[in-house]
Design a protein around this ligand. Structure first.
Ligand SMILES: C[S@@+](CC[C@H](N)C(=O)[O-])C[C@H]1O[C@@H](n2cnc3c(N)ncnc32)[C@H](O)[C@@H]1O
Length: 215
């Protein structure tokens, strides 16, 4: 999602509708948006997964899994269990459809739920990813604490956002009701949530933000 490049001709109502669809895709509009994001976020997914360094023995959770394309990439990198969670039933359904064979083989679970109440036991995953989703979490700090809970000691979290700070989001931050912390604030929140090492990088060409944190 790149609010900077969206048409400034959108009315306030249209912007609000688009915003809520990004935050929780629903109905036909949401399904189309999810498919679009599967294509549009491909490079962002690859950049995030580069940092995640997923090994064949890693158990991985993707939070705010949207249309499920990042999960397809994750499944190709590990032989262990993968899970996706999203609070949008439409996103859960789209992710399941795209990754049906992994569900049938019992390697993938896709569950409806919010980042602040993850339906998984403590320390279950080695890696957690979150692409283009933190803007919409009801409480970023609570989400980070909850993700840390489901990571094993030494487990890694990678957050990847196309919009690296409020200035980059411009007026869309307000219109789409996005929370856009910059790298420094996001790193501070991750440390406060209990992550031991936290590293922030900015994509040299696109200006995207990536956080890599270890539990
Ligand atoms: C902009 S989309 C990005 C989807 C996908 N990660 C991608 O890279 O294409 C944001 C996704 O985060 C989900 N989301 C937003 N807030 C959430 C929350 N509190 N808990 C779980 N998922 C959430 C939305 O439903 C939506 O599917």
């Amino acid at each position: 999602m790149e609010p900077r490049h969206r048409s400034p001709g959108l009315s306030r109502q249209e912007a609000a509708l688009t915003g809520s669809q990004f935050a929780r895709p629903s109905s036909l509009t949401g399904r189309l948006l999810l498919r679009g994001m599967n294509i549009g976020h491909a490079r962002l997914h690859r950049w995030g997964l580069e940092a995640a360094g997923i090994h064949p023995r890693d158990k991985v959770l993707d939070v705010g899994c949207g249309g499920g394309r990042a999960i397809a990439r994750i499944l190709a990198r590990t032989r262990r269990e993968v899970a996706g969670v999203d609070h949008s039933p439409e996103a859960v359904e789209t992710t399941r459809r795209l990754n049906r064979s992994a569900i049938v083989s019992g390697r993938l679970r896709v569950l409806e739920g919010s980042v602040d109440h993850l339906p998984f036991r403590d320390g279950f995953f080695n890696v957690a990813t979150a692409f283009e989703t933190t803007y919409f979490w009801p409480d970023l700090q609570a989400g980070l604490i909850e993700i840390r809970r489901v990571l094993s000691p030494g487990g890694r979290l990678v957050i990847t956002n196309e919009v690296a700070d409020r200035e980059a989001a411009g007026r869309w931050a307000e219109r789409l009701d996005m929370n856009v912390p910059d790298g420094r604030s996001l790193a501070a929140l991750a440390r406060e949530a209990g992550f031991l090492t936290v590293d922030i990088s900015i994509h040299p060409r696109h200006g995207w933000l990536r956080l890599l944190a270890a539990r």
